[in-house]
Write a protein of this length. Structure first.
Length: 336
């Protein structure tokens, strides 16, 4: 006799049916999640390819303008000025030094003993090649500067450099505050895996209007045992601004380039010294600060005062910070 299907009436039978239904639903949701994740990866990959293509178009179009106008925004040049040791010796450790200038690259903004490692970026030449979508918005100048920094990281990626320095041409340097052990300490750090960024210049924006406030926990900077003039920020997200002089590890070249040119965030969040730099972990600072900007909305002496206030409030251990503060206050430094 043919079998007759009998409806499931027992509790055990119903529980089995419910379990099978839940399992099928779970599988469907899992497949949907995997599809969404795959789709997101495809979209991100396409965006990454678009980034690569955009930067390569900029690079090729600027090379063409060089061949016509005998000028290039990343032209190598010799120099006739020497930056005294130990800063010059520290920079010699790096693979490349990029100097970002707005109009031209006069020889005084190069480093004499580093002529084979110095690349100059002329901002106004590069601006003519930048796709409008990357600089559209209410902060056009800041976005143009940011794209120049992003372009530097693209060049560094293309060249396969392990580390680079980025120096804006309007800096002035208090190089004399560095002691004779700085080069060795810097070299030890660069050879390690403990860093992503080393900042010679920084602006503690959180102290600018409220100098009486305590140092935020994420802005504290600890000098390691046996350390001298390098401290490590304990966390990411500290509102330290300025991009006038910093050293970058190749691990974050692509991340920085892409974060400065992603179109989804608000334009302000793409500015180089806001989210892109502030979001990085393993940041180190040179203390006392040696790099400041000639053209800024606050005077140079105020910049120096903010740097001293940062040491007083945020650099640990306090005894070491106080010693650095005393040393910095007695040396005026030299200008670049």
């Amino acid at each position: 006799m043919p079998s007759v299907h009998r409806p499931c009436k027992s509790r055990a039978c119903k529980r089995r049916g419910s379990s099978h239904h839940s399992f099928r639903l779970f599988l469907l949701l899992l497949l949907l999640l995997l599809f969404i994740l795959h789709r997101r990866r495809v979209i991100e990959h396409r965006k990454s390819l678009n980034h690569e293509l955009d930067f390569e178009r900029v690079r090729s179009s600027c090379v063409e303008s060089y061949s016509r106008a005998r000028m290039t925004p990343y032209e190598r040049n010799g120099t006739d000025i020497a930056i005294p040791s130990p800063l010059n010796s520290a920079l010699a450790i790096l693979d490349q030094v990029y100097v970002l200038s707005r109009f031209e690259c006069p020889s005084e903004h190069f480093f004499a003993t580093l002529e084979n490692k110095v690349t100059c970026i002329v901002g106004t030449v590069l601006d003519k090649c930048v796709p409008q979508k990357y600089i559209a918005g209410g902060q056009s100048h800041a976005l143009r500067v940011t794209f120049s920094h992003a372009f530097i990281f693209h060049l560094a990626l293309t060249a396969g450099y392990r580390n680079i320095a980025v120096v804006e041409a309007d800096v002035w340097l208090r190089e004399s505050v560095l002691n004779f052990t700085f080069t060795d300490d810097f070299a030890t750090l660069i050879r390690s895996t403990e860093w992503n960024v080393v900042r010679f210049g920084y602006r503690p924006y959180f102290l600018q209007e409220k100098g009486t406030r305590p140092c935020p926990g994420k802005c504290r900077c600890r000098i390691p045992k046996n350390g001298k003039q390098l401290c490590k920020i304990v966390s990411h997200g500290c509102d330290l601004r300025s991009s006038d002089f910093y050293v970058v590890n190749r691990r974050v070249f692509k991340r920085l380039r892409d974060s400065m040119t992603k179109l989804r965030p608000q334009s302000q969040q793409r500015i180089v010294d806001l989210a892109p730099l502030q979001s990085l972990r393993n940041q180190w600072l040179v203390v006392p600060q040696i790099s400041f900007q000639k053209s800024l909305d606050i005077p140079q002496l105020y910049q120096v005062g903010l740097a001293s206030l940062y040491i007083k409030k945020c650099v640990l251990p306090k005894a070491v910070g106080s010693h650095l503060l005393d040393a910095a206050s007695t040396k005026s430094g030299s200008c670049m």
